[in-house]
Structure formats: C-alpha cells, structure tokens
Design a protein around this ligand. Structure first.
Ligand SMILES: C[S@@+](CC[C@H](N)C(=O)[O-])C[C@H]1O[C@@H](n2cnc3c(N)ncnc32)[C@H](O)[C@@H]1O
Length: 236
C-alpha cells in the first residue's frame, strides 16, 4: 500500500523525512544512535561514512546534526534516490556495494555501519536488505576490511553486531589490525514475525556456541555497538 504522502519519519536530531512506501524506519538504527550518543558528543566533527545507510541515513543524520561531513553509502538504488531527494542535511550519497567499491585511504574520521547480518536461507536469497551471505557475516567482514585503509590514524569504526557474530567480529578485527576500544551493549527487540525469529532455527544450527536460551522467549537479542580503532595490521 503506498505511504500517505503526508507521513513522515522523525530522525534522531529532530528533523523529518517523508516516509518511503518501501521501508519503515528500522528500530536498530535508532537504537544505534541512542547507544553511541554520549560517545558521539565527545568526538570533534570530521568526516563520517555510513555504510548501508538505508532509506533514511539515520546514523549519518546524527552526525550531520553535529556538523560532520557525511557520506552515505548504500547499494539499494531506491534507497539512494530517497536519500538524494529527502535527506534533510548536506551529504554525499554513493550508490555502491561495499563488496566492490573503493574507499579513499586514510580519509574518514569515523565509519559507522548497521550492516545486513542475517544468514541467507537459500542460495537465491544471499544478499537482501537484512541478509549478508550464507553465514550472515559477509557484509560485516567487508566493512571491517575497508576500515583499516579508510580510517584516519585516530579514526574509529562503530559497527552494530548481533551477539552471535561477536566472536567472529573480534577475530576479524584483530586480523585486520583493528583494536577493540569499547563495546556498548544493548538488547535488540525481535518482532514476533521478524526475520530473526523466523530464522532462529537456522541461526541456532549455524552458531552453536552462542547461548540462545533467552532469545526466543523474551524476544530480545544481545547486541553491541563495537568501537574499533586502527592499529598495526598483523599480516602486513
Ligand atoms: C540493517 S539495514 C540498516 C539501515 C540503516 N543504516 C539503519 O541503521 O537503520 C542494512 C542496510 O545495508 C544495505 N546493504 C546490504 N548489503 C550491502 C552492500 N553489500 N553494500 C552496501 N549496502 C548494503 C541494505 O540495503 C540496508 O539498507
């Protein structure tokens, strides 16, 4: 059903964007901004890259509001068109896929990402809004790989990680020479018909070491924003 043309979404900084009929405002983006707010307020404005910005560039908008120069990278052309037309701050929109794009070296003071991180159920569903390969880890890996080159010397990567990927993220970051600086913990709400609950069976099979006890009953999933900074690359 088309969205009412007067419907809007409220961005974290108070500005509004028209609702796009194809996408509601994802709660995880808002949770991300709330979790990093105290940290963000301590950072001097610089250049930020939001990878997988979606239809509303929510995370990027929290930086834009504080005077950061914002680049929004998103592979979905529809979402990029919506951003180009309606993002209420000055920004650069890149309709690119993080797997194939080239990001300038030592350019961004901060990279943020709420990546797609659900595992695909079948070969033909490998890359979707929320899906990133058969393990769900593929986009995360590309984001972490990009960060070491693209961050300035003091730059930081802030990435949202579902609990079942946490160990792999820490290992991947270490391999790339990124240092774990902080971890902001939160609980993600899983809607009853949401992707997480529908994929629980498969996730349980994939991530045997993760403690799933609370997830289905309480409809929450331990989630963290992980803050990484540059260090020496181990395999350099
Ligand atoms: C979980 S949504 C996050 C949207 C928004 N940043 C937020 O926090 O609400 C993940 C976004 O990543 C995008 N995405 C998925 N795979 C991508 C890729 N390979 N390169 C760039 N963006 C990708 C999806 O289209 C989707 O908009």
């Amino acid at each position: 059903m088309p969205a009412n043309r007067f419907e809007v979404v409220n961005l974290p900084g108070g500005k509004q964007m028209p609702l796009n009929e194809k996408a509601k405002l994802p709660s995880s983006g808002i949770d991300f901004v709330n979790a990093i707010k105290p940290r963000l307020e301590l950072l001097p404005p610089g250049r930020v890259l939001d990878i997988g910005a979606g239809y509303y560039g929510i995370i990027g908008s929290a930086f834009a509001q504080l005077g950061w120069e914002v680049t929004l990278l998103e592979k979905n052309p529809d979402a990029c068109e919506h951003l180009q037309q309606s993002f209420p701050y000055k920004c650069r929109v890149l309709n690119e896929d993080i797997r194939t794009t080239t990001i300038p070296d030592s350019y961004f003071d901060c990279i943020v990402s709420n990546p797609a991180q659900m595992p695909a159920q079948s070969d033909d569903e490998q890359w979707d809004h929320d899906v990133a390969g058969m393990s769900g880890f593929d986009m995360m890996e590309y984001v972490i790989h990009s960060a070491h080159q693209a961050l300035t010397e003091d730059g930081i990567l802030l990435i949202l990680v579902f609990g079942f990927h946490l160990t792999a993220v820490k290992e991947c970051a270490q391999e790339q020479g990124l240092i774990l600086k902080n971890q902001y913990r939160m609980l993600k709400r899983c809607s009853a018909n949401g992707h997480i609950l529908s994929s629980l069976k498969r996730l349980r099979q994939l991530y045997l070491a993760f403690n799933w006890d609370d997830v289905s009953d309480k409809h929450v999933l331990p989630t963290s924003i992980v803050e990484l900074s540059r260090g020496e690359r181990q395999n350099a």
